[in-house]
Design a protein around this ligand. Structure first.
Ligand code: NDP
Length: 397
């Protein structure tokens, strides 16, 4: 029987997921893209048809309402729902999936709307509901989280008896030509960057001030770049699932100009997430800033350069010390020419499609809520090579 796939969220990532599902239509069958703004879905559907000759359906839905979601699921009867809306809606999509017995996948974890904090607690707490409904939820199937988790599982399976340390290294060396803009949703991006850093060592979390720890890392095919320690969500699940781990950290590159802009905005209160009074109206400074900044979707055709995201693991194999670097390099312009989105959306949307393919093809299966590293990494790694995200391995880097 033909599968039915529902993608919710017509942003940069939703665009890539819809394109890539259409390009794998034998697996995804009848594809519907739904969002709050129907016109955004229709534009994407038109582009997909022009480039791939595949027709996808569109629908309007407000994912904040479980009732609206349930009505849509009952109409479409999807086999899987791919959630690529913002991560701080109230897990309504997970609830609707449990009500209707539909498998679920997302790319980001829950963010508290009023505190700059994100964690898996709320999503993991749905495990029982998913088990009771005999369905699967695959969490964090983007690049980081997502591919980085799979890289760790692959390193563990094939290269180490024990991994002692992992550094996740995320470099976006793209240039969009604007003095300041964010590559994906500005609120999420700026919240992530302006929050305290955190890493895990010897069984506990260690908190740092924002941008307190910096190292210069030599990214293959890019060069040496300043990389700053941030908290990132995949670490929360990896410390649970990679046995013997002693330390895990996450680093992301930022240019000096980006950091100076951010510091100025922070100093004048523009990164605030609590409402303030302005001429008799309540506004949230971060939301207002987000309105002023270029729409991330518009950066696609202007962005040149590459991304390099990977993991660097150290540990032991057959009693000997060993290190391993697994990374993936994407080119912004090449991604845009394929699916009309730059590499940040591409590297998130392709793994979302692959995760959904793993579920629909019954290669990854289970009941309950899972993170990526809990499954066999090999078929996912093979699909990365096939679907536009080829990776490389360097031993003893
Ligand atoms: P965008 O802001 O570009 O897109 C999100 C879309 O969701 C918007 O277009 C919006 O469309 C839609 N949306 C928002 N709220 C609702 C709602 N209540 N109901 C229906 N639709 C809604 O974000 P991105 O595409 O850049 O990112 C999507 C997700 O991917 C985010 O959760 C982000 O955190 C995650 N991400 C994950 C990465 C990873 O590597 N794991 C990397 C980058 C992003 P509309 O205007 O129609 O409401």
């Amino acid at each position: 029987m033909l599968n039915k796939t529902l993608i919710i969220g017509a942003g940069g990532v939703g665009n890539v997921v819809a394109f890539k599902c259409a390009m794998n239509s034998t697996t995804f069958g009848e594809i519907t893209l739904a969002s709050r703004t129907l016109s955004k879905c229709d534009i994407i559907a038109k582009n997909i048809q022009k480039k791939t000759s595949i027709e996808i359906k569109t629908a309007k839905v407000d994912a904040d309402s479980v009732d609206e979601l349930v009505a849509l699921f009952e109409k479409i009867k999807p086999n899987i729902v791919i959630n690529v809306v913002l991560p701080y809606q109230d897990l309504t999509i997970m609830d609707a999936c449990c009500k209707c017995g539909v498998d679920y996948l997302d790319t980001a974890n829950y963010e508290h709307p009023d505190t700059a904090k994100f964690e898996y607690k709320e999503q993991w707490a749905k495990d029982k509901d998913f088990k009771n409904a005999n369905i699967i939820a695959l969490l964090g199937s983007g690049f980081d989280p997502g591919v980085t988790n799979v890289f760790c599982a692959y390193a563990q399976k094939h290269y180490f008896d024990e991994i002692e340390t992992i550094d996740i290294l995320d470099c976006n060396d793209g240039d969009h030509g604007y003095p300041f803009a964010t590559n994906f949703n500005p609120e999420i991006n700026l919240r992530e960057v302006s929050s305290n850093g955190r890493y895990w060592e010897d069984g506990k979390w260690i908190e740092t001030k924002p941008m307190e720890i910096m190292q210069v890392w030599d990214y293959p095919e890019v060069g040496k770049r300043d990389s700053y320690l941030l908290y990132h969500e995949e670490m929360e699940s990896l410390v649970k699932h990679i046995k013997g781990l002693k330390r895990i950290r996450f680093f992301m590159t930022f240019s000096e100009s980006y950091l100076t802009h951010m510091k100025c905005l922070e100093n004048v209160g523009m990164l605030g997430i609590k409402p303030i009074e302005h001429k008799g109206q309540k506004i949230v400074p971060m939301e207002f800033l987000s309105t002023l900044l270029p729409d991330p979707a518009s950066l696609g055709e202007r962005t040149k350069g590459t991304t390099n995201i990977g993991i660097y693991a150290k540990g032991k194999k057959d009693g000997k010390a060993k290190s391993l670097y697994i990374y993936q390099v994407s080119d912004h312009e090449k991604c845009y020419s394929e699916v009309m989105s730059q590499a940040v959306s591409y590297t998130t949307g392709v793994p979302a499609m692959i995760g959904a393919k793993m579920i629909l093809d019954k290669i990854w299966s289970g009941e309950g809520v899972f993170n990526m590293e809990e499954f066999d990494p090999d078929p996912f790694m093979e699909e990365l090579n096939r679907q536009g995200l080829p990776w490389k391995i360097i031993e003893d880097y």
